[in-house]
Design a protein around this ligand. Structure first.
Ligand SMILES: [Zn+2]
Ligand SMILES: [Zn+2]
Length: 205
């Protein structure tokens, strides 16, 4: 015997429809939480900032790039990033620092973190000068928002500048077009220098 016994209308029927709607609504919510990250939703800028703060809090880490946030749904957050360290440092100490950062990221943000270490040449005046000049040239090119993993190989006839550039996701140009533009700018403005460029797309902003 239902509530309808006391009323003239069939409340059981309406209640059933309401319960069905509620279940449907909850289901859509769960599906959306699970699917939108998989569909390539950009990570929360606040999360990106927290990750950067934790990584850069270690003095052994000079810079970071190539952050990718893999969000496989609630409670399944994985991140990977590159940490720049002084190439002259002790590999065991640097690895220890990076491991500590991975553990802090897991503890504070609940994410599984994998950090790739990139050695950086520090305190080499010739390399610093080339790097600085390159940054000026790159700053003149639209659509490029960052340069990282800079290396230099000097030869008798020319010098190769090897580096990655980062472009924001959603720009109209292809990676090949950006690469051609960067190479042309370097050859024109830095005589005797050739650019060996890898184009990265930013996944976080
Ligand atoms: Zn790198
Ligand atoms: Zn390790």
């Amino acid at each position: 015997m239902g509530v309808s016994y006391f009323f003239d209308v069939n409340i059981d029927g309406y209640a059933g429809v309401l319960v069905a709607l509620f279940i449907l609504w909850a289901g859509v919510g769960v599906a959306r939480d699970t699917l939108s990250p998989l569909l390539g939703q950009a990570p929360d800028p606040e999360l990106v900032q927290k990750i950067e703060d934790i990584v850069m809090s270690r003095e052994e880490i000079i810079g970071m790039h190539d952050l990718v946030v893999h969000d496989y749904g609630p409670g399944r957050l994985m991140i990977s990033l590159h940490a720049e360290v002084d190439g002259r440092g002790d590999i065991f100490e640097l690895h220890d620092a990076v491991d500590t950062v991975e553990r802090t990221l897991a503890h504070d943000l609940g994410c599984e973190a994998t950090i790739h270490m990139d050695p950086v040449v520090c305190d080499d005046e010739a390399v610093d000068a080339e790097h600085k000049k390159l940054l000026e040239v790159i700053a003149g090119i639209d659509d490029v928002i960052g340069v990282h993993d800079f290396r230099m190989v000097a030869g008798p006839s020319h010098t190769n500048l090897i580096f990655d550039v980062v472009v924001p996701c959603g720009i109209a140009k292809t990676a090949d077009e950006v690469r051609a533009e960067v190479c042309a700018a370097v050859e024109e403005q830095m005589p005797g220098r050739f650019a060996v460029v890898n184009v990265d797309t930013s996944f976080v902003r």
